[in-house]
Write a protein that binds this ligand. Structure first.
Ligand code: ARG
Length: 577
């Protein structure tokens, strides 16, 4: 049930009846004030201007045509040209009684698309850190949302398992005499080794040459190098899997298709781009010149896709990858979850792939960018010595903090239960504090606010869910079998019910641009409305059976939405606390 869409259609139809034949957008938005009603059409002023009509007269004409429809309790005009709507509680209860009987609240499956979602995608040989949090959490929840809506979702973990970095590590191992026989025990130091090696690479020419040589060896499938590489990669993957599991992220090994996976395609991509005259050789490198982008001195920008020494780059792989995703995976929509710094880079890659004819016209490619995680002083959130905060440490800290909160709040629980609940609260808090912010902007990571039980936080949502569950624990019958319909008498019931009915609308909006914060905010508002309803309207104690059962059904619908919503967000629910 998407009320916005119903209102949109209703107005469009009335246009035809009054002789406006263009398909204008009446711009329906949710409002929530006495003065503005519950929905509003904002587009009338603009339409009146174009049609050279008086906005008040036009609005009133439309109002007269539609006001008797069952969906409306009231349709009214406000200055200088708005149409405002109040939805009829009887209509709301009718719709609620229908969705109550259906699976997934009767939310319509969408026309099935194949959606490739590229997210998390950490570089191998380094432990996952705060910089991977947003891509992982946002991407995973978007994937869950897309699946919920019935799309074919292909999750891809495009890990950085190829390129110069591996040349550097292999060269370092060569010098340190680390080989296949003693590799395993050295792997736990891989990150430290890489940092030392990278410094050396930057400052020592001889070592840099050796690294290039090893990079080429790996590129040419040298058996020994490949074996060492494989072990490093699988070690890193194992470590990342621990994080995914703890964070309740659905990525598994089968979703890994890293940079190395496209390696075999690269020579033919270069050949093809040269043949199509999209790329050319300049000083031994293969370059694509893009007029649309300017370099530092204002000239068309050159994107190198093959270096002089014949090795390939991150960009070459992404071009091949686009071709693969379009022609083999048949993607209708490809979405990248990387931070905004890769924005221009991705635009360039997409442009090159389009020029080469790798992307069909109707395939949509989107970059769901996100801002940085900051600390209170507005600087990047880092450890005291200025390093990236590792996700494993962040998770442990969250669990520790949640533990002490849970313990003081629930002194009657046994230690095992406290640990289990605090893990859910801790992880939930980290994820929810990220998901509930508009992904486009930076946000400040703040332990205190994310772990409170008040406001738009995970603990509050988890608590609300638990509260409703505890009502159900007091009854022994199957709610779905209750015959009495929902009837809306009190204002608080109607307000909660309208919120319930708006769920699908919100789901659609969140899905459009991957704005998970809209879903979070909605769930929060739903919870607030539920709390008011719960305080103002007696439920189990009500003497009138009809009202009691109707209210139980409202509780049931609220908890169903919270359950579905939190599941999409990947936030664990708690049955008691
Ligand atoms: N590994 C990259 C990084 O850590 C992100 C990869 C994003 N995906 C892609 N197809 N380029 O920045």
């Amino acid at each position: 049930m998407n009320i916005k869409k119903i209102l949109y259609k209703t107005i469009i139809q009335s246009f035809e009846k009054i002789g406006i034949n263009k398909k204008y957008d009446p711009i329906i938005s949710r409002t929530n004030t006495e003065y503005r009603g519950q929905y509003q059409a904002n587009g009338i002023i603009k339409i009146s201007k174009i049609e050279k009509k008086d906005p008040k007269k036009l609005s009133n004409k439309i109002i007269n045509l539609i006001k008797s429809k069952k969906i409306f309790k009231k349709v009214f005009y406000t200055k200088p040209g708005f149409i405002n709507f109040i939805i009829n509680p009887e209509w709301i209860s009718e719709k609620l009684n229908i969705i109550l009987k259906k699976n997934n609240l009767n939310i319509k499956k969408k026309k099935k698309e194949t959606i490739v979602i590229d997210y998390s995608s950490p570089n191998i040989a380094k432990e996952m850190h705060i910089g991977h949090l947003r891509s992982t959490v946002l991407g995973d929840s978007f994937a869950k949302l897309a699946s919920f809506l019935g799309h074919k979702v292909i999750k891809v973990n495009h890990i950085g398992d190829w390129g110069t970095n591996f040349g550097i590590i292999l060269a370092f191992y060569k010098e340190k005499k680390i080989n296949l026989s003693n590799l395993t025990k050295n792997l736990k130091n891989i990150e430290k080794h890489y940092i030392i090696a990278k410094k050396k690479f930057d400052n020592d020419k001889k070592f840099a040459n050796l690294s290039q040589k090893y990079n080429l060896k790996l590129n040419k499938n040298n058996i020994n190098c490949k074996k060492i590489w494989k072990k490093i990669v699988s070690y890193s993957i194992k470590k990342n899997n621990v994080i995914y599991k703890k964070l309740n992220i659905s990525l598994k090994n089968k979703h890994i298709k890293g940079e190395s996976a496209y390696h075999h395609m690269l020579p033919e991509i270069i050949e093809d781009l040269l043949k199509k005259k999209i790329a050319k050789k300049i000083d031994g490198s293969v370059v694509v010149i893009l007029k649309k982008f300017k370099n530092r001195i204002g000239k068309p920008m050159g994107i190198i896709i093959q270096k002089k020494d014949s090795s390939f780059l991150y960009s070459t792989i992404d071009i091949a990858c686009l071709k693969y995703r379009c022609s083999i995976l048949n993607a209708n929509r490809i979405i990248y979850y990387t931070d905004s710094r890769q924005s221009q880079y991705l635009q360039q890659i997409i442009l090159i792939a389009k020029m080469a004819g790798y992307i069909p016209n109707n395939t949509i490619i989107e970059h769901h960018t996100f801002g940085m995680v900051l600390s209170k002083n507005n600087k990047p959130f880092k450890t005291r010595d200025g390093n990236n905060i590792k996700l494993i440490h962040l998770i442990k800290e969250a669990e520790k903090r949640a533990y002490s909160i849970t313990k003081t709040k629930n002194s009657n629980l046994n230690p095992k239960e406290i640990i289990s609940i605090s893990k859910k609260i801790g992880i939930g808090s980290i994820k929810y504090s990220d998901l509930s912010k508009n992904r486009i902007t930076n946000y400040i990571f703040d332990w205190k606010t994310m772990l409170t039980f008040e406001g738009n936080t995970a603990p509050y949502m988890q608590y609300t869910f638990t509260r409703i569950t505890s009502i159900f624990n007091k009854i022994s019958y199957d709610i779905k079998k209750i015959k009495h319909p929902i009837i809306l008498l009190e204002k608080y019931e109607t307000e909660l019910s309208l919120k319930i009915l708006q769920f699908e609308e919100i789901i659609d909006e969140s899905f459009k641009k991957g704005y998970m914060h809209l879903l979070c905010l909605y769930l929060y508002n739903l919870s607030v409305h539920f709390s008011i309803f719960y305080e103002q309207c007696p439920i189990l104690k009500h003497s009138n059976e009809k009202i009691k059962y109707s209210r139980i059904k409202l509780c049931f619908l609220t908890s169903t939405i919270l359950k579905i919503g939190l599941k999409i967000l990947g936030i664990p629910t708690i049955n008691f606390m």
